[in-house]
Design a protein around this ligand. Structure first.
Ligand code: TLP
Length: 371
């Protein structure tokens, strides 16, 4: 490798970290590591629509192995991976059951209706990200001529809007069995699947065994710049590959992106534990700030939600606190229920968590109504 190339990699890595903001809006803001940039630079590529990109082929084989499925498909985004799962598992117009706080229901542009012509049957999401077997049992339908036939059950692990909560393999098996006993497939939105496996200390394949297909993202905590994986049985992935072409996701020489994905899977999984530690540290510190409402004991991975309490003890407006923190370079995003979301990730250190806490303590004493 030439020294000019080495200094280019270093300059890029420096440029990536020159942003002095502490950005806790999402783990989607992570930048590719120096090892990823180097692998991208050297990636062997080919036309993936002909199946000839060796780096994509390597990534897909590795990804399938890691999640214990027969085959995998590299897709541009988590949204496309989930959309392909719905399109591939279901006939047009089949009803799809999912949690009412799931990402696929709330934030994937109504893809089930727009792409599949499918009604969605939302069932209540429990606080821990699971669904109730009782609610589920009532949601399946299809015997009656008046009803849309159920085609698929979707689960989410970790659960984003429930604050990164983890579904164990026991819970997944219990819920999956409700569908499988009826001959129906189960898809898991595992955008942060590896966070779940690391938090539980189990092999990732234990969490994917109870489901027929899984989507996970390379571009969130694993820090790749682009890309997600859809995995499942061979015929399912072969059909999803056709669907990916339909949606415009046949990406040609995308081995340049897959090269970063391989580093994501080989070098970035175990370190997710550090992000979980940072999230717990943030939660513990927040619990000590007067006027902040948080349940630190529910923080299991890298996402946490918190609110503010008004003088009457009721939930208050979070916007002034978010704005005051942003003025000091600490960024958060808003949740769907008026709470603030913080997501820890590669590039956020414990020192930055402590700095963010100091900023929040200052900001809350000036922006929150006094108790
Ligand atoms: N989540 C993003 C936003 O869309 C909210 C984030 O910042 O958390 N499933 C889950 C559980 C997700 O959290 C996301 C992205 C997706 C799917 C979609 O992935 P992409 O953004 O790659 O399409």
């Amino acid at each position: 490798m030439s020294s000019s190339y080495e200094s280019w990699v270093e300059r890029r890595a420096d440029a990536s970290s020159s942003d002095s903001r502490i950005d806790l809006r999402s783990d989607t803001v992570t930048h590719p590591t120096a090892a990823m940039r180097e692998a991208m630079y050297h990636a062997e590529v080919g036309d993936d629509v002909y199946g000839e990109d060796p780096t994509i082929n390597r990534l897909e084989t590795l990804a399938a192995e890691m999640v214990g499925k027969a085959a995998a498909l590299f897709v541009p985004s988590g949204t496309m991976g989930n959309a392909l799962a719905l399109l591939t598992h279901c006939r047009r117009g089949d009803e799809i059951i999912m949690g009412d706080r799931s990402h696929t229901y709330l934030y994937e542009v109504g893809g089930a209706a727009r792409l599949n012509g499918s009604p969605v049957r939302p069932v209540p999401t429990l606080a821990n990200g699971a669904l109730s077997p009782v609610h589920l049992a009532r949601a399946f339908q299809g015997d009656d001529v008046h009803e849309a036939r159920t085609g698929l059950l979707c689960l989410e692990n970790t659960h984003n809007m429930c604050g990164g909560r983890v579904l164990s393999s026991g819970v997944l098996t219990e819920l999956g069995t409700e569908a499988r006993n009826r001959g129906l497939p189960v898809h898991m939105d595992g955008a942060r699947l590896f966070n779940a496996a690391i938090a539980l200390g189990v092999p990732t394949a234990t969490l994917t065994a109870p489901v027929d297909s899984v989507m996970f993202c390379l571009s969130k905590g694993l820090s790749a710049p682009v890309g997600s994986i859809l995995a499942g049985e061979e015929p399912f992935i072969a059909e999803a590959r056709r669907g990916r072409k339909l949606l415009g996701g046949g990406m040609r020489q995308a081995g340049i992106l897959a090269a970063a994905g391989i580093i994501a899977l080989t070098e970035m999984v175990d370190r997710l534990a550090e992000d979980h530690e940072c999230a717990r540290r943030l939660a513990a510190g927040l619990a000590d700030i007067p006027g902040i409402d948080i349940q630190p004991e529910t923080v299991e991975t890298n996402i946490l939600f918190f609110g503010v309490r008004g003088p009457d003890g009721r939930p208050g407006d979070v916007a002034p606190l978010v704005a005051a923190a942003a003025d000091e370079g600490v960024l958060f995003s808003g949740g769907d229920d008026g709470r603030i979301r913080a997501v820890t990730h590669h590039g956020i250190s414990t020192a930055e968590i402590d700095h963010a806490l100091a900023v929040l303590a200052r900001a809350s004493s000036s922006s929150l109504p006094s108790m």
